[in-house]
Design a protein around this ligand. Structure first.
Ligand SMILES: Nc1ncnc2c1ncn2[C@@H]1O[C@H](COP(=O)(O)OP(=O)(O)OP(=O)(O)O)[C@@H](O)[C@H]1O
Length: 347
């Protein structure tokens, strides 16, 4: 269990983390979401005792993590998978960690098996693909068989197989009763992985709820309707209080009325309906809606973002650019998820 109370971190006059209070519970995958610069990495660093809070506190299993007697048995963390000695084999890397942390040698073999690295255990880790590197980072996190696991952007840059593997692995770890806390900017990924969400924006807590609650609160359901008589239905629905938007493919998107009411109104007016399809917003759409005023860095139309890329590990000693981005316009649709999101968060 991770508990933050009034957790605050200031850098000069900037509050990177601002009065965060939340609990990350065992047996669940808790997604930690926020646009670039929201304060996710700073929060994770404070949980691990790598940064000291300006005020407030955070505990792991009831104690500040720096006071843990056997740190690797309490928390396993994947913060920067590239932080390994490339000349060492996976086996030797894990063995060195086990020996310096007083963990049994047999755990090395066990975590290599668990993460599917047993076959390549004797190969130099410098030659590993990104996905194998992530597996090795996860193997290291599991070495002490900890109850609490923290992953900072674990699927960043992975191919679909690698993403699926990590997703299923996290679900298994939570299924074993462990606390799994994972930051990500890939909303579509979190939608399938997380049970619970903690969302922050500009350092402040924005939401602490289930994925479904978050979507319900931050998006409006719409209904796609097709009819051979669009003009009449458009008029009817508008006079009944709906907002109707004609789509280029002939369908209309209706907001403000539930599907059953739309069907009843059309039936009563003798208007045929050929399609009536409710659209549930995705987590990404709900997230965009909620955080559109809180995005700190964004790609310029003419070039790459001045901000850091999503999923960067903590910024050792280096500051971010400090230009706040202006609020975006309305919600945009009909584009690829990743393009849309990357542009918004400046990844
Ligand atoms: N060492 C530092 N010195 C000064 N400012 C910092 C430092 N580290 C972080 N910040 C600032 O704190 C804020 C939060 O940064 P943080 O890296 O925690 O956000 P994040 O949500 O993890 O974003 P990203 O996904 O870009 O890593 C940003 O405005 C950043 O500029």
């Amino acid at each position: 269990m991770i508990e933050a109370k009034g957790l605050t971190k200031r850098y000069g006059d900037k509050k990177a983390v601002d009065d965060l209070t939340f609990t990350v519970r065992p047996g669940l995958v808790t997604g930690f979401l926020g646009p670039n610069g929201a304060g996710k990495s700073t929060t994770m660093r404070m949980i691990l005792g790598l940064d000291a809070p300006t005020s407030g506190s955070v505990t792991v299993n009831g104690r500040p993590y720096v006071k843990a007697v056997a740190p690797m048995r309490e928390v396993g963390a994947l913060i920067d998978a590239k932080a390994i000695h490339g000349g060492r084999s996976a086996y030797n890397h894990l063995l060195a960690l086990a020996q310096t942390n007083n963990l049994p040698r047999r755990r090395v073999g066990e975590v290599l098996e668990l993460t599917g690295l047993a076959q390549v255990a004797k190969k130099r880790s410098g030659g590993f693909s990104l996905g194998m590197g992530q597996r090795l980072g996860i193997a290291a996190a599991l070495l002490g068989d900890p109850q609490v696991l923290m992953f900072d952007e674990p699927v960043n840059g992975l191919d679909p197989d690698g993403i699926r593997w990590i997703r299923e692995f996290m679900r298994t770890l939570a299924g074993e009763g462990r606390t799994v806390f994972v930051s990500s900017h890939l909303m579509s990924e979190m939608e399938h992985t997380a049970d619970h969400l903690i969302v922050i924006g500009r350092g402040r807590l924005q939401a602490d709820c289930t994925v479904k609650e978050f979507i319900d609160r931050n998006s409006e359901q719409s209904v796609s309707v097709r009819t051979p008589d669009p003009q009449s239905l458009h008029r009817l629905l508008t006079t009944s209080g709906a907002r109707v938007e004609a789509q280029p493919d002939g369908a209309m998107t209706v907001r403000g009325l539930p599907p059953a009411r739309i069907g009843d109104l059309a039936f009563d007016a003798g208007i045929r309906v050929h399609e009536l399809a409710p659209h549930q917003a995705s987590l990404e759409e709900a997230f965009m809606e909620m955080t559109r005023d809180q995005v700190e860095y964004r790609a310029n139309a003419g070039g790459p973002s001045g901000g850091p890329s999503g999923g960067q590990p903590p910024h050792p000693g280096g500051g971010h650019p400090s230009e706040p981005a202006p609020p975006t316009g309305g919600r945009r649709r009909g584009r690829s998820r990743d393009t849309d999101h990357d542009e918004l968060i400046g990844a």
